[in-house]
Design a protein around this ligand. Structure first.
Ligand code: G6P
Length: 607
């Protein structure tokens, strides 16, 4: 949450900062601000609302001069969205300007002390204490001040700091919040995420916790807390710059929905060689797999929904018990995890605070951690024993689509790989699964051809007050995701239910005209789900059935969406596509801000 960008070079900083912030708006978008060093002073411009308000206020940066600056886009935690609470925050003398992502947990005590020492606070934020602490500790050396500040604050932070005594350089640090350094020619950058600086450079440094970086136009030096220089490897990002651009689409979400076949190909093909699944990325041996006692899957949001699919798939294929838990619960439930367990952590961003904490909790119990992550070098990737990257490319829309799909693909690869190593599937079944996994991108492409049909269905139902999704087993797992997709971007109340469970209470909400989206793709449970559909029909529901070309729902459903046939296990990858499209079109017809839904942020770096 919150996006940070910083620049030092020969160009005017403000337009570069604003452009960088526009790429980080997915991280938070309730206010934005920039601080630029100009003729011995730090100039600040900030505004409540979307970045566009700040752009207008500064004439796209033209009114704030200088060639070094820091910028921020905010997702409010402490203090409502307002001009005062927007970053950057400045110290009382105006000597320091600070942008911050994360949470300072001991800010109340620090604030009290600083007030007692005469500091005046202008905002309700936790961040402001950092600006004043810099002022308090500063004795002429900014690095010394930084070390004292980070020794004093508790919590998580990525910080960019300007000091008016340093006309040619600024300083940054991170702990448990993401921050990368971009290395240009005669210019250098910091950013929460590479997308913000991809236009300028592909060469980056990843910073470890508590590493400090001093940036000037001609160089970047990384230090540890003992002020020793830390040698860093340059990492070259291979993301295509167009991947972070809308490229003619009205919304990133639709662009990303349509990118799914490619993202799936990129994720699957390097891992299938000569008809075998090759997971070079991980060090889990056959012996290790045989010793696994239990698997935990820990994640948040849509990544958790991938975990629910994973539970069905792994248990069925490998006969290893799997427990899937949302990370915010797992981290505090004193989980019974042991060194004989494998914990699979799933995260697009690789920085979700609860997921990272869940991972650490599992690690403390001695469990082995295998993570499925999209962002290379992210905190979750770094903290894991093994990482399998999804190659979805940058995902900008808050509502995930292509990351979810690629996470599913990795889940199938892992399950099939483990089932083979455990001798739980025949060579024929193994070969069949592999060829079906390889066929997934084409089949997703086929489903995407039904866009107009789904758009039409959305036009019938976008005024609904409440929509229910039902399904059994894998269909239930996909219902969870379909329901979340719809509610997060269209603001229509929605619930997902295991089809057989609805009658234990929730069916009382079904009345004349209530839309129920019934997923009935699985062969074995098709008839059971159809019976549940009849129950809701009998109570007045309008039913939209989602099923495969092998099944017939004409008798029970008012509207039917058909998906191609595929190996039963892989059905979620196809079933989810019409649900993503349905959510998208409903939100679009309602005029919602699809890429930036209210109250949400893509990377949730607070618990
Ligand atoms: C947010 C996003 C979701 C995402 C969840 C977990 O809530 O809006 O789309 O599934 O965080 O994020 P992660 O980056 O860990 O996958």
């Amino acid at each position: 949450m919150c996006g940070i960008v910083g620049y030092v070079g020969s160009e005017q900083a403000s337009p570069i900062l604003l452009e960088g912030l526009s790429k980080l708006e997915y991280r938070g978008y309730d206010s934005a601000g920039i601080a630029v060093f100009n003729e011995g002073k730090i100039e600040i411009a900030k505004a409540k609302g979307r970045l566009a308000v700040l752009e207008e206020k500064t004439h796209n940066g033209a009114t704030v001069h200088g060639t070094m600056g820091i910028g921020h886009t905010r997702w409010a935690t402490h203090g409502e969205p307002s001009d005062e609470n927007a970053h950057p925050h400045i110290s009382n003398s105006g000597r320091f300007a600070v942008v911050h992502n994360g949470i300072i947990e001991n800010y109340i005590a620090l604030k009290q002390r600083l007030i007692e020492r005469g500091f005046e606070f202008m905002s309700d934020t936790d961040t402001e204490v950092i600006a004043h602490l810099f002022e308090y500790y500063y004795k002429g050396d900014i690095m010394d001040a930084m070390i004292r500040v980070i020794n004093r604050v508790e919590g998580s932070y990525a910080l960019g700091v300007l000091c008016s005594d340093y006309p040619d350089q600024f300083i940054a640090v991170r702990k448990a919040s993401p921050l990368i350094v971009g290395l240009g020619e005669g210019e250098n950058f910091i950013a929460s995420d590479v997308t913000a600086i991809l236009k300028h450079t592909r060469n980056i440094y990843y910073l470890e916790d508590e590493e400090m970086v001093v940036l000037s136009k001609d160089g970047v030096t990384v230090y540890n807390k003992d002020k020793e220089v830390v040698p860093k490897d340059v990492f070259t990002v291979n993301w295509d710059i167009s991947a972070a651009e809308k490229g003619g689409y009205e919304h990133f979400m639709m662009k990303e929905i349509e990118e799914q076949p490619k993202a799936l190909r990129d994720t699957i093909s390097p891992r299938i060689k000569d008809g075998k699944i090759v997971l070079d990325d991980i060090s889990l041996t056959t012996e290790d797999i045989k010793k696994i006692n239990k698997i935990y899957i820990v994640a948040c949001g849509s990544a958790y929904h991938v975990g629910v699919v994973g539970k069905y798939v792994i248990e069925k294929m490998c006969r290893i018990p799997v427990e899937v838990q949302v990370a915010s619960e797992f981290r505090y439930c004193d989980p019974i995890v042991t060194k004989d367990d494998l914990v699979i952590v799933i995260s697009q961003s690789g920085e979700t605070a609860d997921t990272l904490a869940g991972l650490k909790e599992a690690k403390n119990h001695g469990a082995r951690i295998l993570s499925i992550v999209n962002v290379v070098g992210s905190a979750i990737a770094n903290a894991s024993d093994d990482v399998i990257y999804t190659w979805a490319g940058p995902e900008i829309a808050v509502a995930t689509t292509k990351a979810y799909s690629t996470q599913l693909a990795v889940m199938y690869l892992i399950s099939t790989y483990m089932a083979d190593k455990l001798g739980m599937i025949t060579s024929g079944e193994y070969a069949r699964l592999i060829s079906e996994i390889e066929a997934l991108p084409d089949k997703v492409e086929e489903v995407l051809k039904s866009k107009e049909e789904i758009q039409y269905l959305a036009s019938l139902f976008y005024n609904c007050r409440s929509i229910f999704f039902i399904g059994r087993n894998l269909d239930y797992a996909v219902s969870l995701e379909g329901s979340l997709k719809l509610k997060e971007i269209s603001y229509i109340h929605s619930e997902a239910y295991a089809a057989g469970e609805l009658k234990h209470g929730t069916i009382s909400l079904i009345e004349d005209g209530t839309l129920v989206i019934a997923l009935a793709t699985g062969r074995d449970l098709f008839d059971k789900t159809v019976s549940n559909v009849k129950e809701v029909k009998a109570r007045g529901a309008v039913v939209m059935g989602v099923t495969t070309k092998d099944h017939d729902m004409t008798e029970v459903a008012d509207h039917i969406i058909k998906i191609p046939s595929i190996h039963e296990t892989l059905l979620p990858s196809l079933t989810v596509i019409p649900l993503q499209l349905f959510g998208y079109y409903v939100a679009s017809l309602k005029g919602c801000d699809i890429d930036k839904p209210r109250n949400l942020a893509k990377s949730v770096t607070v618990e």
